[in-house]
Design a binder for this molecule. Structure first.
Ligand SMILES: Cc1ncc(COP(=O)(O)O)c(C=O)c1O
Length: 394
């Protein structure tokens, strides 16, 4: 059996896979089983921060792999300790818990918020407020936190303790008045929701409301972290300081790693025995993340901004494109043609792009070379053209 048939026979069909078998990648290009090369504007799904098989990243990961590939979390290891230090130094947060994925990073944040509320307001604050159109993961608690009912329908009853509301300070205030709110959980840019950027004024109002009422503010930076928006974390564009930050995806540049960062108020909430993860903070994944962070310097972050400006300028004036949203290299594109058709046309022309609701979503590697980026964006513009002009092949 070929790989696609094997997969269709034995793997749970929970993903609507495209008819493409990827075999190997280098930089921002990936090759299928027939040897056809594609420009990847998705970084997997915001994971391959430095592209495929970046040589220096591979070296850092391989060196760790051949030294100590795993240790129980009952012992100290250098990569995780150094990574926690780097994350704290670069964010001003105080402590880090490591896990393996975005959903787990959020689960940890939720547990800490519940424990904080129980310690300070016993029996009173059992509610975490999230926003409509948000996405926080697929585990039972993060599913309940997700503000899109389409994800809930087949998995009721939802885990209690979550309420999602419109991103309006009046709505949030109405809920807060009941005195039950432990935390707000927000994405600064709603990625799965279609690359919707929250109004920074609303984010600041929310942060003030949180501070005034000792409600924790949790920033879900699973998709927006690791320099994706042109800063290490997207909240850094808004001037707020969250109490908890969750992150994953691009953190290790391609290996599974989640991190939950805790600020002053929450640093010591999760004491011994309160939380754990067998693989969390794995030395190889941590070495990958240390390398990613070492590359996320001002030069690379400025490059993210100039590439973002190029994409926006080029696409906002292109035929068939209604709107371009997002920050940095996290871009949403609303097209006249249905997104699925545009995505297929791009793939047929040799460019991989993603979908988020009814939008095209671009999440390229932060170091995608300019010539590849320009070539790929021309393909996207052609594919979006509602006159059906054939997308130019790469
Ligand atoms: C904002 C956000 N939070 C959480 C998650 C869940 O992450 P994971 O799939 O690694 O569990 C995602 C995944 O897309 C996400 O975008």
């Amino acid at each position: 059996m070929n790989v696609m048939d094997l997969d269709r026979t034995y793997v749970v069909p929970s993903y609507r896979r495209y008819p493409l078998e990827l075999v190997c990648g280098r930089g921002s290009e990936v090759t299928d089983r027939d040897g056809r090369v594609y420009i990847d504007l998705g970084s997997g799904l915001a994971v391959n921060t430095l592209g495929f098989s970046d040589p220096a990243w591979c070296e850092a990961v391989t060196a760790q792999l051949t030294t100590l590939q795993h240790s129980s979390n009952l012992y100290f290891t250098k990569p995780a300790a150094q990574l926690a230090e780097q994350l704290c130094l670069r964010s001003g947060m105080k402590k880090v818990f490591f896990s393996n994925s975005g959903a787990e990073a959020n689960e940890c944040a939720i547990k800490a918020a519940r424990k904080y509320a129980e310690l300070h307001y016993p029996g009173q604050r059992d509610l975490i407020v999230t926003l409509r159109n948000s996405f926080h993961g697929r585990t039972l608690a993060t599913l309940a936190a997700t503000g899109q009912s389409s994800f809930h329908q087949e998995f009721l009853p939802l885990t209690p303790g979550f309420e999602s509301c419109e991103p309006s300070i009046e709505h949030v205030c109405n809920i807060v008045e009941k005195g039950q709110v432990a935390a707000f959980l927000i994405e600064i840019v709603q990625g799965e929701g279609g690359v919707v950027v929250l109004d920074p004024a609303f984010v600041r109002q929310l942060a003030s409301l949180a501070a005034e009422n000792d409600i924790l503010l949790i920033a879900d930076e699973v998709q927006t972290g690791a320099g994706r928006t042109g800063k290490l974390f997207a909240y850094m564009h808004t001037g707020i300081t969250p109490d908890i930050v969750s992150t994953a995806k691009g953190l290790s540049g391609g290996l599974p790693l989640g991190a939950t960062l805790f600020g002053e108020k929450t640093a010591d909430v999760l004491g011994p025995g309160s939380h754990g993860s067998t693989f969390g903070g794995n030395p190889v994944a941590a070495a990958g993340a240390l390398h990613v962070l070492s590359r996320l310097d001002d030069d690379l972050l400025h490059e993210v901004e100039s590439k973002s400006a190029y994409i926006r300028d080029t696409l906002s004036s292109a035929r068939g494109i209604i709107a371009v949203t997002g920050i940095g290299l996290m871009i949403g594109i609303k097209t006249v043609r249905p997104a699925a058709l545009v995505i297929d046309a791009c793939r047929e022309a040799g460019v991989i792009v993603l979908q988020a609701k009814d939008r095209i979503r671009l999440l390229p590697a932060l170091n995608i070379p300019w010539p590849l980026l320009k070539k790929a964006i021309r393909v996207v513009a052609d594919a979006a053209d509602e006159t059906g002009k054939a997308a130019s092949g790469v």
